[in-house]
Design a protein around this ligand. Sequence first.
Ligand code: SF4
Length: 485
Amino acid sequence: MQQLLFAYQLGPHFDLGEPIVLLESIGRLAARPYHWQKAHLILSAIRHRAQDDNVTLVKAPSYREFLASSAASFTVVNPTSFGYRKLVDSERFTVFPSRGFVTNEDRWASWMAPKSGKGFVFEDFYRDTRRRTGLLMNDAVPIGGAFNFDHENRLPAPKKVSSLPVAPPWQPTEDDIDAGVRRDLMRWQAEGKIQLSGKDGPRLFAVTRQEALAALTHFIAERLDLFGPYEDAGLEGDWAMSHSLLSVPLNFGLLDPLEVALAAEAAYHSGNARLSSVEGFIRQVIGWRDFVWHLYWHFGEDYTGLNFLSATAELPPSWKELDSTHVQANCVSHTIAKVSDRGWLHHIERLMILGNVAMQRGFNPRELNDWFISSFVDGTPWVMPVNVIGMSQFADGGMMSTKPYAGGGAYISKMTNYCGECPYNPKVRVGENACPVTAGYWAFLDRSEAELTGNFRMAQPMAAMRKMVDRQAIREQEKLRGTAL
Ligand code: SF4
């Protein structure tokens, strides 16, 4: 028997001990537009893994065509999307339980069972995982006396600096395989076989096990300590801040999340990183990442079609083409440019700038979800729906969060330095220099009154909106502004 390996299963913990068949499929790259650097990472990761002795690389137009051309049977680790699970749902496949996550399906099912699929809370899941793994625990007691130190992790961006005082992120050295990938992508694009967005650029993320371990070691030693305090801050001139940039190698399966969490925990015990940073990082790696993964399956394939707020606006050309030349709003302009430059943004730029603006402007959630998957180097089909459809757009009507993650320019002004260079003023909501995020927030509440009335967590802002003397003026102003910021 041979093992069929998917591109998101490239690390040693996916190896079932049999000869491996790995597919490179141009049809897969042609199925949707891809950011240049994302397509590069996928091909580079596959071709590097194919260097191993036990791996045969097969170039085929698609998985289905490859399977049609062969009568072989395969073992496979359960893949990471509905589409691939349908593919392996046949007698030709012996399917092993999924790997690459901390909580397996059985444990998730027993955690979820008493809740009847409703009323589940992330913090409970996270605590359950901490207790089970023993990470940052003294027997049954969390180290530091609390499970969560988020209140220590909310510093705004430091003033009068263009970047955080932290070592730059680890960066790989490209090799001949990368050069070949770049040549192929250029040729396929010129021949019209694939559609690429954003800019080409030096490879910034790990694509081999060895690189992934180097990136992990560097982050833990040099950058983890400052991760927590500035986790929610942003600086126009600092794309990476103190984030780990490990989502790509984690999602390729090159690192196991438990080994990543254990490395972070060791940094706390050796005095190399403060508890609030280590706890915040571990919460992402063993908590949120797993939570989102299990909810992808729990909510089902139709989840991406939910549209509670009836948002139907098309994404503007600046987003689709990743060209922010004519975008005036400084926060939006720079974050779109950063997506074009690298296919990556940190959490607060994704959620509180782009996600927030998208919800305010009523972008269609399914289209937005597809855009995030296409444009972000770590945007897998399983990771985006809960984050985009649920957390960011409230398109599920509250299955994931109790209220929409909407905010005005004041939050962006507090946590980042984008507003200083902006022609708009975050405190102004009507007039020539009215901030589109601030005015957009009130216009969003106004437009969504029917859907959000009755949501007790929105009662206060809705009451404030109803009392505003300029409600009508904001409505007209933002209608005229549309999606062009
Ligand atoms: Fe963004 Fe408004 Fe600040 Fe400009 S003023 S950067 S549009 S939040």
